[in-house]
Ligand binder design. Structure first.
Ligand SMILES: *[C@@H]1O[C@H](CO)[C@@H](O)[C@H](O)[C@H]1NC(C)=O
Ligand SMILES: [Zn+2]
Length: 259
């Protein structure tokens, strides 16, 4: 008869082997990362860090010019996404045809987080966008454009595609409107086929001055101003249903706990 010790050893070995097999068989893919557009002659203006008070200044202006853009929003950054005015702002932007994508729950640098924390950052904003807009989104812009293999692996399991940029207006790092305009000007012309441009909807100057300047310049130069999905030839959403209706689950835990 086998001694208990040997039996335990065998059991442990069996369990370990099974785990190895599961690990090697489990999909270990990494989310794709796009840092530029793929479609020719297209410019995707993107706006991060909202939904904030200037969002509809931007979306209303874009609407008046027949332009659609992409907003990478947080759940709890400047404001709680479930706030009455905040959610209404976001619904207005979405309803007028702009693309809404994930910028994570609270704008943490994902590379500093555990797998469970990354899942949380991605899931919580997804739940909010599903509740408020009735959509499930594919694109994630990692805060600070920061990601590593673990971030890509977790994002892959959640069906995400990471989107960074190939042009930064500099509006979140102290560029003046004039500097941002000059930088954009250098990226307009025959040497530039397409552009995936980073801006922030939280900046008053961006909303009121930079956006009108840039839209008119690109349109005059013959570019088509489109959403990220259009400039990549991809689908932005895996599910599109009716707009959400407020219920008692529309709140940010951070606010209830007084953070
Ligand atoms: C959409 O997202 C919500 C919230 O994350 C999830 O509960 C739901 O199962 C998703 N639906 C589809 C069709 O993927
Ligand atoms: Zn950001």
């Amino acid at each position: 008869m086998l001694s208990l010790r040997i039996l335990l050893g065998l059991l442990l070995f069996a369990a370990f082997s099974v785990q190895l097999i599961v690990l090697s068989a489990s999909p270990n893919g990494k989310a794709r990362v796009y840092s530029g557009c793929t479609e020719p002659n297209k410019v995707a203006l993107t706006f991060d860090d909202g939904p904030y008070i200037y969002e509809n200044v931007i979306s209303d202006y874009l609407d008046s010019k027949g332009v659609k853009a992409t907003f990478f929003v947080n759940g709890y950054n400047y404001e709680c996404i479930y706030g009455t005015k905040v959610a209404a702002r976001l619904q207005k932007t979405y309803r007028s045809g702009h693309q809404i994508c994930s910028h994570t729950w609270d704008h943490a640098d994902l590379t500093g987080l555990s797998e469970a924390q990354i899942v949380d950052e991605l899931n919580k904003i997804d739940v909010a966008l599903f509740k408020i807009l009735g959509i499930n989104t594919t694109f994630v812009r990692p805060p600070y454009g920061s990601y590593d293999d673990l971030v890509r692996q977790v994002a892959y399991k959640l069906g995400k595609i990471l989107i960074t940029w190939d042009f930064d207006s500099g509006d979140s790092v102290g560029a003046t409107v004039q500097q941002s305009e000059d930088d954009y000007d250098e990226n307009i012309g025959e040497h530039v086929n397409n552009l995936l441009a980073l801006n922030h909807e939280t900046k008053k100057n961006t909303a009121e001055q930079l956006v009108p300047y840039v839209v008119e310049k690109f349109q005059a130069a013959g570019y088509e101003l489109v959403t990220v999905a259009e400039c990549l030839g991809l689908e932005p959403y895996t599910y599109v249903g009716p707009l959400g209706v407020r219920d008692k689950t529309w709140f940010c835990e951070e606010e209830r706990s007084g953070n």
